[in-house]
Write a protein that binds this ligand. Structure first.
Ligand code: ADP
Length: 411
């Protein structure tokens, strides 16, 4: 076995000790011919201890086979290169422990023999750092993952919170709106009461005073005329109050409906009887025919309120000497009632507003009224599964039609 001659060996030593990488030079048989201190230390050998040893003792067992071929092949090609490209290389210390290395191989010819100089760097620290970086990256990714999840959760909670707040805000606005509407209603009520009650009340007063003036026995017809006036005006005021009470109940959701089985004729007769007191000179209400056999199961008070409003409107908005027809048609599960008048009618362009609360058409403003009746009739009827509609021509007359179920299934 050729070992570097003493002199050359020393020169090599001096030169190579200054290098921090380990240097191991092997001959063609892969026997170590020299190594520097850094290499000895790296592999855990004493100075000179490696000399003559086969290179394989520096390589972990399971890599040896492969490595052997590589070096042979390498010696043949004889070009310097970095080993272990794309693979991890390992060195084995004297005590058997394994550590990661990087090795560059440089072949050279000297004294007619081929040698290979291996430059070996212990990359444990770097590997550890790499590992640490990988671990750090992993834990960072995990943290980012966790944070993202937490963030998503927070966003979700925030979204729910926003939705809750929006709902609360909506509720608050809604109750404010209701309160405002109720206040408006009260204000309107007060002004309506003062206006609407004034005329009938002064009429009642006048009639009451006049009644007292007819003291003679034969003046009974005059007394009756004034008493009739008083009665009709009291009825009128009573109807307005009923309408207002209805609004209040509808608004506060306290509209309690009560279903009774009653003959339709009972309700119709009562309403027409009362309305007769309001008729103008020459006005006449035609009773419906063939209603004696019709029995309904419906809220009697609501039907009465609806018919009263419609018939009183027909009277109010029609001139003297006109006819008001009440026509009843019994259908399978519903009853339809039409109130037909020959009055002033409703202007075409105002017809779409007629069921709005407080709305009064232009041509009706000279007559007393509140604009409440139709609105509450519609609300009540719709609450009970019924409908109201109308047809009208200005100057010719109007037909209001209500329809309601005769067998209620709301019970
Ligand atoms: P009010 O009669 O107290 O004004 P309503 O709600 O009963 O209130 O009616 C609303 C409006 O509809 C009336 O002001 C009037 O303009 C119009 N109207 C209702 N019924 C008739 C009718 N039979 N003929 C003409 N106009 C009518």
């Amino acid at each position: 076995m050729k070992v570097f001659k003493e002199e050359k060996h020393n020169i090599f030593k001096i030169l190579s000790e200054a290098i921090s990488e380990g240097i191991v030079i092997v001959n063609q048989n892969q026997e170590v011919v020299t190594s520097n201190d850094a290499a000895d230390k790296m592999f855990g050998y004493n100075r000179e201890e490696l000399l003559g040893q086969n290179l394989s003792i520096l390589i972990p067992k399971n890599y040896r086979e492969n490595h052997h071929h590589q070096v042979d092949e390498f010696l043949e090609k004889s070009d310097p290169r970095q080993m272990g490209h794309g693979r991890d290389l390992y060195g084995q210390r004297k005590d058997g422990s394994v550590f990661p290395v990087e090795a560059g191989l440089n072949p050279f010819d000297i004294y007619g023999s081929k040698y290979v100089m291996a430059l070996v760097t212990d990359i444990s620290v770097r590997k550890n750092q790499e590992l640490e970086i990988i671990e750090l990256n992993l834990s960072l990714e995990q943290k980012i993952d966790e944070r993202t999840k937490e963030l998503k959760k927070s966003i979700e909670i925030l979204r729910e919170e926003v939705a809750k707040r929006k709902e609360a805000e909506h509720k608050m606005k809604e109750s404010l709106r209701k309160e405002r509407e109720l206040n408006e209603l009260k204000t309107k009520f007060l002004s309506l009461v003062s206006h609407e009650f004034k005329t009938p009340l002064s009429g009642i007063l006048t009639s009451a005073i006049l009644v007292g003036k007819y003291t003679e026995t034969d003046q009974q017809d005059k007394r009756e005329k004034h008493l009739k006036t008083i009665q009709s005006k009291v009825k009128y005021l009573n109807n307005i109050l009923n309408d207002f009470l209805s609004i209040e109940r509808l608004e506060s959701g306290k509209a309690n409906y009560k279903f009774d089985t009653v003959p339709l004729s009972k309700v119709v007769n009562e309403v027409i009887y009362n309305s007769n007191m309001l008729l103008k000179d020459g006005q006449k209400i035609n009773y419906p025919i063939n209603i004696d056999d019709i029995t309904i199961n419906f809220d009697e008070k609501i039907l009465e309120l609806s018919l009263t409003n419609l018939i009183n409107n027909a009277i109010k908005y029609s001139p003297e000497y006109t006819i008001i027809d009440v026509v009843v048609t019994a259908k399978k599960d519903t009853v339809e009632i039409k109130i037909i008048d020959e009055g002033m009618g409703i202007p075409q362009k105002e017809q779409k507003f007629i069921f709005n609360r407080y709305f009064r058409a232009e041509n009706a403003l000279l007559d007393q009224g509140t604009g409440i009746g139709l609105n509450i009739v519609k609300s009540h009827l719709e609450n009970l599964g019924g409908t109201i509609k109308f047809e009208s021509e200005e100057g010719k007359g109007s037909t209001f039609t209500i329809s309601f179920p005769t067998k209620n299934n709301l019970e």
